[in-house]
Each structure stands twice: as structure tokens, then as C-alpha cells.
Design a binder for this molecule. Structure first.
Ligand code: UD1
Length: 417
């Protein structure tokens, strides 16, 4: 079991290049099944979720090689249409393979993803979109069995702009006959990145980034390369780390427009923010103050994934900050751990009220989910004395070498077994 040990209270200084987006890489790895050829994915972070996706591709019969930030996927040899429970359990977002396997082989058998640390994670929207396109779906014995001899393009209206359901629909639509129009689609930048990859495959797709996406299915095959967009949630987390320590940090290789709500919040807290074309500089030397309510919403609203790290940065801000979590039911599990560090937070359903304290102190704490785990790192960096964080496997799902990055910024941090 790994532990991250942080001796807090050191201001972070320096610059960091942000790695590729986990939430783009995973659907693009699923989409590589549609290429029927070789895809080179550039800017691919070294994450345990990416390892899990590689294992799924290999299980399905693809040849996958990894060289540093490049992952090569050859999907010509795809033979299997099932994902066993052990692999599904590794990563809940494996459900994103459903649309691609179905589109490519006409059938797919996945075990039900079930709930996760953030609460129930239904996939009803994914399934009703695939049904609308002609798939026959049975759910029995914890498995989802999908069959579709001939998927047909149609109008899919999502009752909620689910990221995963939008992606699964796009993947199925990319190979079916006719045109699919997805309305109330998710607008997240990762959807736009998936569309860019599909276009590289010769698929006609437009509208990503807006609530209406149109895709004309086609049977083109071929080799292609794709460069993954930077990870906006990792960027938000490192900005929160800088804020929590009163430091001054530059993030490079990012899209500042993807995290406007986060940088606006940090500016309101009193941090100086300077955005360039592909960089952001944050100077958090001034004392931070509470901000107006932070309400998570689908993009371009405040991202639910940035709620825990930004909450951690608000713990020592003067005044009271209210958080309203609208996307996931159970997204305050980090609160119990932050309380152990001296934070003052009260939760009631979807609302958390943070009353700023003068300082936090170190404690032994446990990460219980990915972004909640990141919030503990943010808080520990700004706390007095030593914090030991266990449950590090959760953090490894989404942050490539977080310890090394923070060390280069001057944190007193180490990881041990
Ligand atoms: C993706 C991201 C995750 C992020 C989330 C919201 C990936 C790999 N993960 O997750 O990091 O926090 O978007 O921005 O990209 N829902 C239903 N029925 C469905 C599907 C979703 O009710 O069929 C509900 C979910 O329970 C949740 C909400 O919709 O309450 C948002 O889920 P969704 O946008 O689908 O998130 P994911 O794609 O799972």
C-alpha cells in the first residue's frame, strides 16, 4: 500500500506542464476500435485508468504498445465482444467501450458497472440511445447483452447531458447507416476531442461543444494519429495546490478557456490570475477570501471534478463558502478527512458550507475517490505539520506522477510503500 507524506506549509513556486486529459484518452481508446487499423495516441498520460483501458483493448484482441506518451493501438485484430467483470470493475468508465464494440462487431457483452464511490452510476441514457438506434439489449445476471445487426442513425434526445451517454452514442453512430442527431448532448471539451478523433477517421461529425451533435456513419478504415487535449481537471488541481500554499505557479500546455469557471473562482478568492494562449499563471500570495456559492453544473458550468480540490483551497479562506453539488449524489466523502485536519465544513445533502479557519494541521487521512484524494493533497500542502495520505491508488487513476510534479514546485512530499 502506498502512502503520500506531505510536510505542509511550503509555498509552491515554478512551472508545470499539464498532461493529456484522462477523460479524453479513455473514450478515444474505445473509439480506436472503429479504426480497424492503427491509431497512435499522443500526449497519453501514465495513469492506472489508462492501464485498465489497455488491458481491455488487449483482451478484445487488439495489439497495444506504449512508448512514453504514445500509445499504439492496432484494432484490425479485434476478435472478442465481451468485457469480463474483473476488467469492468477496474474502471467504471469501461462502459464507454459498449458503443464502439457494438458498432464494430454487432454485439457486445459487458458486466453491469454498478455503483461507485460517488454514488449510483446508472447507464439508462446510454442504453436508451443504443436502443433507439436499433440495438436489442437484455440485462440479465449482472450482464448487459447488446445485439444489433444493423444500427440505424436516428434522433437521440438525452434527458440529461451525460458525458458518457453522449460519447457512447457518438461511437455507435460513427459506424451505423444514416445520420444521428444527438440533442441535449454534453458540451465538455472531451466530447469535442472525441469528435476530432472521429473526423480523423473520416467520419462526418459536427456540433461537438454545442448541445446538438450530428454524425453520419461510415465504414471507412485506416491508420491515424491523434493528440489528446490537456487535462483541465489536473490543471484546476495544480491551481488549487498553488492557492492553498499561497504560492506562484505557471501551468503550461493547457487550454485556459476550458477552466474559466475555476480561474474566475480563484480570482474571486483573491488570487492573481494571468492567462496566456496555452498557459495560466497564478499568484496566491495575498490572503484568500470566501467566494459566492460554487454550484457544479454540466460544462461550461463549474466542473464537479474540480469541486473537491477547490473546496480544499477554500478551507483557509476568510469567510464562508457554500458548495452545491448537482452532478453526483455522494461527492463529499473527502469532507470527513478534511475535518480531521481541522477544517470547518458542514454538509446537508447536496450542500456543503465551509467556514474558513486560520490554519489546518496534518493528520493521517485516506483518499476514498480520485478527486476527493486530490483535495487531500491540496489541503495537506497548505497545512502545518505532516499529513500521511493512504488510498493513493485512487489518486493514481487520474494524476501522472503527482508527487514528482509537486516536488519540482518545492513541496516537501514523498511517496513510500
Ligand atoms: C464523466 C467523467 C467524470 C465527470 C462526469 C461529469 C469520464 C471518464 N468521466 O463521467 O470525471 O465527473 O463526466 O462531468 O469522462 N446519469 C444517469 N444516467 C445515465 C448516465 C448518467 O442518470 O445513463 C447521471 C449520473 O448518475 C450522474 C450524471 O448523470 O449523476 C452525470 O453523469 P455523466 O455525465 O454520465 O458522467 P460520466 O460520463 O460517468
Amino acid at each position: 500500500m502506498s502512502i503520500i507524506r506531505i510536510d505542509g506549509g511550503r509555498r509552491l513556486y515554478g512551472s508545470v506542464t499539464v498532461h493529456g486529459a484522462k477523460n479524453s484518452v479513455l473514450p478515444i481508446m474505445a473509439a480506436s476500435l472503429l479504426a480497424c487499423g492503427e491509431t497512435v495516441i499522443h500526449n497519453c498520460p501514465n495513469l492506472s485508468d489508462v492501464d485498465a483501458a489497455i488491458q481491455i483493448l488487449v483482451h478484445l484482441g487488439c495489439t497495444v504498445n506504449r512508448e512514453g506518451e504514445k500509445v499504439y493501438v492496432d484494432s484490425k485484430t479485434l476478435t472478442r465482444s465481451d468485457i469480463p467483470h474483473e476488467l469492468m470493475r477496474e474502471m467504471r468508465s469501461s462502459v464507454i467501450f459498449l458503443g464502439a464494440i457494438l458498432a464494430r462487431l454487432g454485439e457486445a457483452v459487458l458486466s453491469m458497472p454498478g455503483g461507485c464511490e460517488l454514488g449510483p452510476r446508472p447507464i439508462d441514457l446510454h442504453l436508451s440511445a443504443l436502443r433507439a438506434m436499433g440495438a436489442e439489449i437484455d440485462e440479465e445476471g449482472g450482464k448487459i447483452i447488446c445485439k444489433a445487426k444493423n444500427l440505424k442513425g436516428c434522433r437521440v434526445n438525452l434527458t440529461f447531458p451525460s458525458v458518457g451517454a453522449t460519447e457512447n452514442t457518438m461511437l455507435a453512430a460513427a459506424k451505423c447507416s444514416g445520420t444521428t442527431i444527438i440533442s441535449n448532448a454534453a458540451c465538455e471539451p472531451e466530447i469535442w476531442d472525441l469528435q476530432s478523433y472521429l473526423r480523423r477517421l473520416g467520419i462526418k461529425a459536427h456540433g461537438a461543444g454545442t448541445p446538438i451533435i450530428t454524425i453520419e456513419g461510415c465504414g471507412k478504415k485506416g491508420n491515424t494519429e491523434h493528440w489528446v487535449i490537456p487535462d483541465r481537471i489536473v490543471a484546476a488541481t495544480y491551481l488549487a495546490c498553488a492557492a492553498s500554499t499561497g504560492g506562484a505557479v505557471e501551468l503550461r500546455g493547457i487550454c485556459p478557456g476550458h477552466i474559466l469557471t475555476v480561474t474566475e473562482t480563484l480570482a474571486e478568492m483573491g488570487c492573481e490570475i494571468k492567462a496566456g494562449i496555452d498557459s495560466i499563471f497564478i499568484n496566491a500570495e495575498k490572503p484568500r477570501k470566501a467566494v459566492k456559492p460554487i454550484i457544479t453544473k454540466p460544462y461550461p458550468g463549474f466542473p464537479t471534478d474540480a469541486q473537491p480540490p477547490i473546496m480544499a483551497a477554500s478551507l483557509t479562506a476568510e469567510g464562508t463558502t457554500v458548495f452545491v453539488e448537482n452532478i453526483f449524489e455522494n461527492r463529499y466523502r473527502h469532507v470527513a478527512e478534511l475535518l480531521r485536519m481541522g477544517a470547518d465544513i458542514k454538509t446537508e445533502g447536496r450542500v456543503a458550507i465551509v467556514s474558513g479557519v486560520k490554519k489546518l494541521h496534518g493528520a493521517p487521512i485516506t483518499a476514498t475517490d480520485l478527486r476527493g484524494g486530490a483535495s487531500l493533497v491540496v489541503a495537506a500542502l497548505g497545512a502545518e505539520s505532516i499529513t500521511e495520505i493512504s488510498g493513493v491508488a485512487h489518486i493514481d487513476r487520474g494524476y501522472d506522477d503527482i508527487v514528482g510534479v509537486l516536488e519540482t514546485l518545492g513541496a516537501d512530499i514523498l511517496r513510500f510503500e
